[in-house]
Design a protein around this ligand. Structure first.
Ligand code: AMP
Length: 393
């Protein structure tokens, strides 16, 4: 009874500007959240193990391991509301924070999205299609599932994979044994998915408040290189009907999963116009960075609005845009170019907006920043990316 009363009281809890938002994780997503949140009048505090983290450069930081209970307690005592900027939050820490502070996103969604099988089951339960899949606990399971689903398939670890790590595309039966041995080596569970011959990969970022209001941003068409996001193209070059359907699916997933805050929903689109959800992330997402200048509200402001239970704001696209990621190997040239006049951008009618995350160590493959290319037509922005030669293979 008391517990129910408490949950009901919290359901509509509104955190007005002036409140302190505690962010678990001090990376670029937390930093961009704070850049918008500070403008709105909020204060921030972060917990991150690396001193001088991207968010720690602009807000007070508690420097300690994410699973340090004393540090988590300190974060709880200094913040009015807590959010996170990565999803692999330790379950014990999530429970501790929920006990001591207000965590409107809860830990249930983290529990679901940290595990591919739980995630797929929850998406299906929301009435949204995922690629056909089977749970794999042995090599015999894998052989049986591959025969049923028919190759090609993708074998993935159910936890811990990111940026294409922890997965293998299987095209021929001879590959099964070695892939199974490699991916199951540390005893993690696996899932086999049917390989979807997609014509494009898109993502939709939806936001949901504790009171149940839901809104989504226009779909982004995403291009990956070496399994890392390279470009987001908006509007996505797909029919308007598919765009509307993708937004509805993302909103349905956010509702079905009871998400609060942002939920990034990645999907495959096939030639036949079918959409399958690949995975979801309960946080701001790289493929939503385009919203920063191109939409009337950024994903970061929307996330803050959602966790603070303010009304969600308009998500209209104000300008076509291409977001291009700056990885370690692109950093020097991108910065050099940004420091000079850019006749190419001028001739193509493009306004490049540079965002750097303040990371002290640059490494190949590490996300150091991005550029939002505001344009009249996305093809012009793609031309700029091509002609600058910064991203040549
Ligand atoms: P993930 O770690 O699940 O996001 O997968 C990384 C990338 O692998 C995706 O962005 C796709 O390009 C590719 N991929 C993953 N699963 C599938 C699938 N079932 N069919 C086709 N491509 C996939």
């Amino acid at each position: 009874m008391t517990e129910r009363l408490q949950t009901e009281e919290l359901k509509g809890k509104t955190l007005p500007p002036g409140s302190v938002i505690g962010v678990l994780g001090g990376g670029q997503l937390g930093r961009m959240m704070a850049l918008d949140g500070v403008r709105m009048g909020y204060r921030f505090v972060t917990l991150d193990p690396a001193p001088d983290s991207p968010l720690g450069q602009i807000a007070p930081q508690i420097t300690a391991a994410y699973d340090d209970p004393e540090a988590a307690k300190e974060l709880a005592s200094r913040a009015d509301v807590i959010t996170y900027e990565f999803e692999n939050v330790d379950a014990g820490v999530a429970a501790l924070l929920e006990e001591r502070s207000y965590v409107p996103q809860g830990s249930r969604l983290l529990y679901t999205t940290q595990h591919r099988l739980r995630e797929k089951a929850a998406i299906e339960a929301a009435g949204v299609p995922v690629a056909p899949y089977r749970k794999i606990a042995s090599l015999a399971d894998l052989r049986e599932a591959a025969a049923e689903l028919k190759l090609p398939c993708v074998l993935k670890t159910v936890t811990g994979g990111y940026d294409g790590k922890g997965q293998a595309v299987l095209r021929r039966e001879e590959q099964l044994e070695a892939a199974y041995a490699e991916l199951s080596s540390n005893g993690v569970e696996l899932v086999l998915e049917k390989f979807i011959a997609f014509s494009s990969e898109i993502s939709v970022i939806a936001a949901r408040t504790p009171s149940g209001e839901v809104k989504s941003f226009p779909p982004a068409e995403n291009v990956h290189v070496n399994n890392i996001l390279h470009l987001s193209i908006v509007p996505a070059r797909i029919p308007a009907e598919v765009q509307r359907r993708a937004c509805r699916l993302a909103e349905k997933v956010a509702e079905g999963l009871g998400a609060v805050g942002l939920l990034a929903v990645e999907m495959f689109l096939t030639e036949a116009g079918e959409l399958y959800v690949n995975e979801v992330a309960p946080r701001p997402h790289n493929s939503g960075h385009y919203t920063m200048e191109a939409c009337s509200t950024s994903q970061f402001e929307q996330h803050i609005r959602a966790v603070c239970n303010l009304p969600l704001s308009d998500t209209a696209l104000l300008s076509p845009v291409v977001m291009v990621n700056i990885l370690g190997q692109h950093l020097d040239e991108a910065v050099r170019r940004a420091a000079e006049r850019d006749p190419l951008a001028e001739s193509l009618g493009i306004v490049p907006k540079l965002h750097l995350y303040g990371k002290s160590v640059s490494k190949p493959g590490r996300k150091m920043g991005h550029i939002n290319l505001l344009c009249g037509d996305v093809e012009d922005a793609l031309e700029w990316v091509e002609q600058t030669n910064i991203w040549r293979p």
